[in-house]
Design a protein around this ligand. Structure first.
Ligand SMILES: Nc1ncnc2c1ncn2[C@@H]1O[C@H](COP(=O)(O)OP(=O)(O)OP(=O)(O)O)[C@@H](O)[C@H]1O
Length: 126
C-alpha cells in the first residue's frame, strides 16, 4: 500500500475530528445545551453590538467550555468502558473531570457578566 503524504494524513485527521465534533453535538445532551447557549449568545452579541475584543472573549469562552465538555464526555465513556462497575476511583475520576467543566463554565459566566452587565445597564438607563 502506498504511504500517505503528510497533507493526506492531516486531511484524514481533520475529517476524523469533524466527525467527532458532529457526534458530540448530535449525541450528548450537555453539548446540545451548550451549543444552544452559544447560538443564543451569538445572537445577543449581534443585538447588543459587542466589540471585536468582546467577540474574541465570548468565542474563546464558548470554545473552552465545549472543548472541555467534550474531553469530560470522552473520560466518562472511557471510564464506563474500562470499568463498568461502581468503583471509588472511577467516581473520583468522573468527579474531577466534571469539576474541570464547572471551572471553565464559571469563567465563561464571569466573562458574559463583564461583557453584558454594562450594556444592559446602559440600555435600562436610557
Ligand atoms: N462507576 C462509577 N463508580 C463510582 N461512582 C460513579 C460511577 N459512575 C458514576 N459515578 C458517580 O456519579 C457521578 C455522575 O456520573 P455519570 O457518569 O452519570 O456522569 P454524568 O455527569 O451524569 O454524565 P453526563 O455529563 O453525561 O450527564 C460521577 O461524577 C461519580 O460521582
Amino acid at each position: 500500500m502506498p504511504k500517505e503524504t503528510l497533507l493526506q494524513n492531516r486531511i484524514k485527521g481533520v475529517k476524523v475530528a469533524l466527525k467527532g465534533a458532529l457526534l458530540l453535538v448530535k449525541t450528548e445532551a450537555s453539548i446540545k445545551v451548550q451549543f444552544g447557549i452559544a447560538i443564543l449568545m451569538t445572537i445577543i452579541g449581534f443585538a447588543l453590538q459587542i466589540s471585536n475584543t468582546e467577540w474574541m472573549l465570548q468565542f474563546f469562552a464558548i470554545g473552552l467550555v465545549m472543548g472541555i465538555e467534550g474531553v469530560n464526555t470522552a473520560i466518562e465513556k472511557l471510564a464506563d468502558f474500562v470499568h463498568p462497575d461502581h468503583h471509588e476511583k472511577i467516581g473520583f475520576l468522573k468527579d474531577i473531570s466534571a469539576g474541570a467543566v464547572m471551572i471553565v463554565s464559571l469563567v465563561a459566566v464571569l466573562i458574559g457578566l463583564i461583557i453584558y452587565i454594562p450594556k444592559i445597564m446602559a440600555l435600562t438607563t436610557i
